[in-house]
Write a protein that binds this ligand. Sequence first.
Ligand code: COA
Length: 186
Amino acid sequence: MTLPDGLRLRRAHPQDLDDVMWLEHTSFPTDAWSASQMSGELYSPHGYYVVVETTEDGAPTIVGYAGLSSLAGNPVADVQTIAVAAEQRGKGIGRVLFTELLAEARRRGVHEVFLEVRADNPVAQAMYTAFGFERIAVRPRYYQPDGVDAWVMRAALEPAAQAPTSAPSPSSTVGPIGQEALDDRS
Ligand SMILES: CC(C)(COP(=O)(O)OP(=O)(O)OC[C@H]1O[C@@H](n2cnc3c(N)ncnc32)[C@H](O)[C@@H]1OP(=O)(O)O)[C@@H](O)C(=O)NCCC(=O)NCCS
């Protein structure tokens, strides 16, 4: 699974707040998080946020972001959010972001991942289903002010491969991506 040319995946940092908020408002016009909520997420020690940015046309521009949250030692994690700029959708960026969240969940020893998605969002539901998530509950009128139900979805994670004690394989040494950019992580 690769990103299209000219795009790269990296760990988000608090300085990304303005770019992320711009995408947040365009992606979730009626129920966007506030800047202070998003800032709390980007600073949270429990969070893991990643962005995809384009390196074309001069200064890097963020075209997608996604976040996971889990308490240390907790075998459960929540997908907090994911969004891709409208003009960049359908190119595999969402899949790369989501794959990285699940990879981090495995690195943290998480066994179960939960998320909520609007009942009227079949595109996101299709992506989550493709990753093995199943609807386990409905929260009526959870999304306000629209009064749209939330689907609660869950997936069980296979544990990450254990590193052999004597001869570690390259894949067993892969850790979370840092703040530096990394192309083609998946
Ligand atoms: C959901 C979202 C992040 C997907 O990002 P994306 O980069 O377009 O997704 P990808 O191109 O990587 O596609 C991933 C999967 O999503 C699903 N998908 C993507 N576009 C789809 C479409 N138009 N119709 C149906 N399913 C679609 C497919 O399952 C696809 O997998 P496939 O290519 O193997 O069929 C993006 O549509 C988005 O930002 N939506 C607005 C914000 C949002 O709704 N976020 C989710 C909140 S819960």
